[in-house]
Design a protein around this ligand. Sequence first.
Ligand SMILES: N[C@@H](CCC(=O)N[C@@H](CS)C(=O)NCC(=O)O)C(=O)O
Length: 230
Amino acid sequence: MLKFFYNAAPNPMKVALLLEELGLAYEAIPVDTRKGEQHKPEFLAINPNAKVPALVDGDATVFDSNAILLFLADREKKFVATDAASPARAETLAWLMFIATGVGPFSGQSVHFRHVAPEPKEYALNRYDFEAHRHWRVIEQHLAGREFMVGGQYSIVDMAFWGWARMVPYVLGSGDVTWSKYPNVKRLLDAINARPAAQRAEALKSRHVFKTELDAEARKFLYPQNERLK
Ligand SMILES: N[C@@H](CCC(=O)N[C@@H](CS)C(=O)NCC(=O)O)C(=O)O
């Protein structure tokens, strides 16, 4: 059976959505990053980058959320254009990489500097807030007049989008005001949220207890760079 190493953060949730959409049997294995489980040798053997998600499929091990989406969709030939030379495959790769290397990292840093970093942080917050908005505007403009991200149908690119789109008010920090700037992002988010698979993916985390406190121990595991400042 597939082994899915996860927590409830945006990148693992994309994969939870695809697993649920595909209806595959999988074992969800919690990795409590606030307790430092991502740094344990047994998990590093699966993902040397010490992050979730990761997937083990027999002898195949895959880490990085969008790589897992592509691996599973190709394996099942569902929710992806499989013809390597097709325009839809080209667009799929472009938007998956854009989300993996732009939307995700800049949204993540926007969260960090908005909600976690100590003062003074004006310069860093301004940079990441600006870049997070810029990336979401690219998605917003792309979705104008399009129902889905790629190829006119629901695909893994929409699932990669969904992981982070759920978090937009937290990422950009202005709640409903944010949504008025991103109506097409909200439209696609609502459409995916209405899918039973999305509701099952959201419910997954209730099967396990994850540490919620961001105490000194959790900060040490999540932000090890701060040890150098001591
Ligand atoms: N590029 C990776 C990023 C994974 C990532 O940053 N995962 C976060 C949760 S969304 C994590 O494991 N954080 C724990 C840590 O940084 O120690 C992916 O897309 O899977």
